[in-house]
Design a protein around this ligand. Structure first.
Ligand SMILES: CC(C)(COP(=O)(O)OP(=O)(O)OC[C@H]1O[C@@H](n2cnc3c(N)ncnc32)[C@H](O)[C@@H]1OP(=O)(O)O)[C@@H](O)C(=O)NCCC(=O)NCCS
Length: 173
């Protein structure tokens, strides 16, 4: 099994949309958008989002690749406004169902955490997720994050609710 990790490039936009659609299909609660909405995502908009990550020292979109297929992704962005500039947030990770359980999610979160704390002045890294994402919650805890709060019934899909769980980690001293 050969897994490679590298930053996404502009021409990976279609692969990123397809990965997100496949994860939304298997895990509809995993992020705050539906599969239908993602299916309508514009490739140009996603291309420019990838570009903005690739051109910024304060953001990263890291992909996991197997046989030239994008099988996982994680993102980090630093809050830009002055009052929140000591924080970064991780979004994702998503790994497609057939590639799970191989350590890809763990690796992506670890890299996202380490990238965040490598940025000068970052004190806190946050992450929020559906309470249904048990595997993600367990991985974030394993990597040093703690639960800090819950927004009840924040997500609603097909008449069913899920809570939004907030997690964070402070820079180790
Ligand atoms: C979260 C996710 C990225 C993990 O990816 P992965 O590549 O399978 O992760 P890993 O192989 O590194 O680790 C899986 C771990 O989760 C654990 N796990 C799996 N299901 C679990 C569950 N229901 N409860 C607790 N832990 C669970 C496994 O035991 C394993 O832990 P171990 O290493 O101690 O054995 C993947 O499950 C995913 O994409 N889920 C749907 C999207 C999602 O919810 N993303 C997070 C919020 S956007």
């Amino acid at each position: 099994m050969n897994i490679q990790y590298k930053e996404l490039e502009k021409n990976d936009a279609r692969k990123l949309i397809n990965l997100r659609i496949s994860v939304l299909n298997t895990d509809p609660y995993s992020f705050s958008i539906t599969e239908d909405e993602e299916t309508q995502a514009s490739e140009e908009v996603v291309q420019s989002a990838i570009e903005s990550y690739a051109n910024s020292p304060n953001k990263i979109m890291l992909g996991a690749w197997m046989d030239k297929e994008l099988v996982g992704v994680v993102g980090v962005e630093r809050f830009e406004n002055k009052i929140e500039n000591h924080k970064a947030r991780i979004w994702g990770p998503y790994v497609n169902k057939t590639s799970r359980g191989k350590g890809i999610g763990y690796y992506l979160i670890q890299k996202a955490r380490d990238f965040s704390f490598s940025l000068r002045g970052i004190e806190i890294v946050s992450f929020d997720t559906s309470s249904e994402s048990k595997s993600a919650i367990s991985l974030f805890k394993k990597l040093g994050f703690q639960e800090t709060g819950v927004l009840s019934r924040a997500l609603k899909f097909d008449g069913k609710y899920a809570d939004l769980l907030f997690m964070q980690m402070s820079k180790p001293t």
